[in-house]
Design a protein around this ligand. Structure first.
Ligand code: GLU
Length: 485
């Protein structure tokens, strides 16, 4: 690698980070790590109305939680500080003066209404809408007069003629034919600089070598290339990532489920599992799908990033989550699950300590089902409560099972040491005695003990619940049936 790779993630702190943002951050991070380069975090907060410090802190917390450490940026500093655009005003002003000096900008006084009308007319004639360049014709005297009258204005960049070609590392050559681009805005009427301007100034000064970002910015790239040329800077390499789609092929949105990363954090997805899944949305690693972060970094390249939009599949995310939960040591897993059990009021603080070994046993029975940590709540409900709820179909099924459950009740009551072996022996004896086998033998017992259609093996659940509890549940159940009869 001849140059030192420098990439950046440049979020606008206007809301919570969504899946697409984090995939962009991840690909940049992987690219930096793979090439032993730098990963920069730059906060694009020039839109004062929509940006907030709270969102900025939140997004940094999310990146930290995910383990995507940045080498330069807010909180850590770096040679190009500040890494917040709101603190770089003087730099933008200086660059603007350069463009003014070269007579590459002009003030535009058109109102929103005028521009809207112009757009509609162009569309009506079947043309692609673009700014007509009307204000470029104003003389210096005219602009002075309008300024003196206090007419608000923006500054526009004069787009030179010619086709623009973007050489994209993912999409190949993308051509933007001559005459498609109108003179575009560099500063708003409150004098604040726009995204296309600040992004070029910052990427150039921060020596960014590769801009890896969402495909929604591809149409901004020709504007940015023109600004690089106008300012005398060398443009970076470009890589535009396809948008993430929902299972119906439409752009991923709230309709498809949770899109904010915060929501997945709250559900208790393990960061590595979450990143592993996101990495696969557009990148096909050679050595299989399950790759811890360092292995991903070792393998990552833009050549294997696909052009077509990847589909977000919550079921696959859950599967990925399961693979990572299953790898955790039981002690550690139980420990990180304690807050979820406490929140669900299954246990209190003292029990977390005094019943830790028992909790480990409970966790062990369901660990392979956990896609995220909060799954523990629904998976283990019956261990902590005997208020089992039966669906009508289940009640119907159980109606004919009173004799069987009573036989279990008797057999279990007689067990001295209520361990798995004796539990199983009793179940088999009941089977012989009642002449039932397989599902007919186990399913009613499962329903009576857990209220669930499926779950961990009964031979594991029995000893964890303990003899008294199992017997109590079967007794409750038979009494209820007697009352219903
Ligand atoms: N602030 C822009 C965004 O969040 C950054 C785009 C870019 O990476 O250039 O979409």
């Amino acid at each position: 690698m001849s140059e030192n790779v420098r990439v950046r993630f440049a979020p606008s702190p206007t809301g919570s980070l969504h899946l697409g943002n984090v995939r962009t951050a991840l690909y940049n991070w992987l690219y930096a790590r793979h090439n032993k380069g730098a990963f920069i975090l730059r906060v694009e907060d020039t839109d004062k109305e929509r940006s907030s410090d709270a969102h900025c802190e939140e997004l940094m917390d999310i990146l930290t939680w995910l383990g995507l450490k940045w080498d330069e940026g807010p909180r850590v500093g770096g040679p190009h500080a500040s890494y917040k655009q709101s603190e770089r005003t003087a730099i933008y002003e200086e660059h603007l003066s350069r463009l003014k000096g070269k007579k590459l900008v002009y003030p535009c006084y058109c109102t929103e209404e005028e521009l809207e009308l112009e757009r509609k007319r162009q569309l009506g004639r079947g043309h692609m809408p673009k700014y007509s360049g009307k204000c470029k014709k104003l003389t210096e005297d005219e602009t002075k007069k309008l300024d003196a009258e206090g007419k608000p204005s923006v500054l526009r960049f004069i787009v030179p003629p010619g086709e623009i070609v973007v050489n994209d590392e993912v999409r190949g050559e993308v051509h933007f034919p001559d005459d498609q681009l109108g003179d575009f805005v560099l500063t708003r009427s409150d004098k604040s600089p726009t995204y296309n301007f600040t992004v070029v100034v910052d990427d150039a000064l921060m020596k960014v070598t590769h801009v890896i970002r969402g495909e929604d910015h591809l149409s901004n790239t020709p504007k940015q290339i023109l600004l690089y040329n106008a300012l005398g800077y060398k443009p970076p390499k470009w890589a535009h990532l396809s948008i993430i789609k929902g299972p119906d092929g439409q752009k991923l949105s709230k309709r498809h489920g949770e899109t904010s990363v915060e929501a997945y954090k709250t559900k208790g997805y393990l960061p590595e599992a979450f990143l592993n899944y996101l990495a696969l949305l557009g990148w096909a690693p050679k050595s299989g799908e399950i790759l811890p972060l360092d292995q991903m970094a070792a393998e990552f390249d833009l050549a294997h990033v696909g052009k077509s939009g990847a589909i977000f599949d919550p079921v696959k995310l859950h599967w990925m989550g399961q693979q990572y939960v299953a790898k955790m040591a039981l002690d550690d897993l139980t420990r990180v699950l304690l807050p979820y059990l406490a929140d669900a009021q299954y246990i209190d603080r003292d029990q977390a300590r005094s019943k830790f070994d028992w909790l480990k046993g409970v966790v062990d029975t369901v660990r392979t089902n956990l896609g995220c940590l909060s799954d523990i709540v629904k998976e283990t409900f019956f261990f902590f409560s005997d208020e089992l709820h039966f669906e009508p179909a289940q009640s119907e099924e159980m109606k004919g099972q009173k004799a069987l459950v009573e036989a279990y009740l008797k057999a279990f009551s007689d067990i001295k040491d209520f361990n798995g072996e004796n539990f199983l022996k009793a179940v088999k004896e009941v089977g012989k005695q009642m002449n039932v086998k397989g599902k007919g033998l186990y399913h009613p017992l499962r329903l009576a003990m857990t209220g669930r259609e499926d779950g961990p093996e009964l031979v594991k659940i029995g000893p964890l619940l303990g003899k008294d509890e199992v017997v109590k549940r079967l007794a409750i159940w038979t009494t209820e049936q007697a009352e219903k009869a």
